[in-house]
Ligand binder design. Structure first.
Ligand code: TXA
Ligand code: MG
Length: 315
């Protein structure tokens, strides 16, 4: 269940840890983040070390409001301002020109910085109390599924950080939509809960998503979201192979024959599938499942982001 409240003591402990150059795990509406002071090079380097993250994979900086975006970015165009006003706080990360006091360790050497205002009461309380921009990747070991429950966050980080803020099971379950504006065009660098259709409807501009992602968003190059089990994707029951032993099946359709699976996980919507995806992978590992058969959703609306995560997990 989602948790929205934090004790004063724990909040204080989290704030102190950040000031002592430690990392803190905190909930957002998407996935748990592994946060550190974005203006302190030593703190930032600790994130990379704890996660075993490639240094060229840039971090997203979390701030509590639009005004504070300007503590790390040099300015906002009117289109960027409109995107933030429309979708923040929320699962949107915007790539902006970086101010020079933000260390290049945050941006993976780039002159830009990803900024996001998370929509979780505990995240906002923490950001308002700490009064520093907090860079945070997902709080998993690099390559593994991102944590979406307190249990997963503890599994990855309990022995590595002084504080984990418990937000329960998070609302969205997959990472934010990453956008970049160039010449009044909106580029989707990573698909997420905020869809191309939503941007078109609310902003009046069709975003471009079929760019050379490799060029624009370094992070998408690396292995991601992989449980121990092998992921096998299928578009419909017609191309579903017969299962190995110790198999799980994750699906949306009603007409799947689930007879020979050890762990059967039906979803009634793409949102429910996304919300539960990483935690279900985690459960599969706990059950020593060796093969996970995953139905691909249709490539539209939030199905785009879910397909992206499933395909990366299966690579
Ligand atoms: O929902 C989320 O975004 C979560 C929560 C914790 O906020 N964070 C997250 O961070 O997913 P991470 O590090 O797992 O993914 C960051 C993504 C990567 O794909 C990275 O390449 C991209 O953001 N990114 C960050 N800064 C960038 C920049 N300056 N230019 C291009 N891409 C950038
Ligand atoms: Mg991540």
């Amino acid at each position: 269940m989602k948790k929205e409240r934090l004790s004063k003591e724990l909040l204080q402990k989290a704030v102190e840890a950040i000031h002592q150059k430690e990392c803190v795990v905190f909930p957002t509406e998407t996935v748990y983040g592994l946060g550190a002071n974005a203006l302190c090079k030593d703190s930032v380097l600790k994130i990379f070390q704890l996660k075993n993250r490639p240094p060229t994979n840039p971090l997203i900086v979390h701030v509590p409001n639009i005004q504070e975006c300007l503590s790390v970015a040099s300015g906002l165009t009117s289109l960027e301002q409109k995107l933030l006003e429309t979708f923040s706080p929320g699962p949107l990360s915007l790539i902006l020109p970086k101010l020079s006091h933000v260390p290049f360790e945050v941006s993976g050497g780039l002159d830009t910085v990803g900024v996001r205002i998370p929509n979780h009461p505990i995240a906002l309380e923490f950001l308002n109390a700490v009064k520093l921009p907090i860079c945070a990747p997902s709080a998993n070991i690099s390559g593994k599924p991102s944590p979406t429950t307190f249990e997963m966050a503890k599994f990855y980080m309990e022995d590595k950080v002084p504080v984990i803020l418990d937000g329960g099971m998070l609302d969205i379950g997959i990472e934010s939509t990453v956008l970049k504006v160039e010449n009044d065009q909106i580029f989707i660098l990573r698909a997420g809960f905020i869809t191309s259709e939503m941007i078109k409807e609310q902003i009046g501009i069709s975003p471009i998503s079929n760019i050379s992602v490799e060029h624009h968003s370094p992070g998408t190059r690396f292995a991601h979201y992989k449980p121990q089990a092998k992921i096998i994707l299928f578009e419909s029951s017609d191309d579903l192979p017969s299962p190995h032993s110790n198999s799980a099946i994750l699906f949306l359709s009603h007409y799947i024959n689930t007879l020979n699976y050890d762990y059967i996980v039906p979803f009634s919507s793409v949102q429910e599938y996304s919300h539960n995806l990483y935690h279900t992978f985690f459960q599969c590992d706990k059950k020593h499942i060796t093969h996970i058969y995953c139905e691909l959703p249709q490539n539209q609306h939030q199905g785009v982001a879910l397909r992206d995560r499933l395909m990366k997990a299966a690579e």
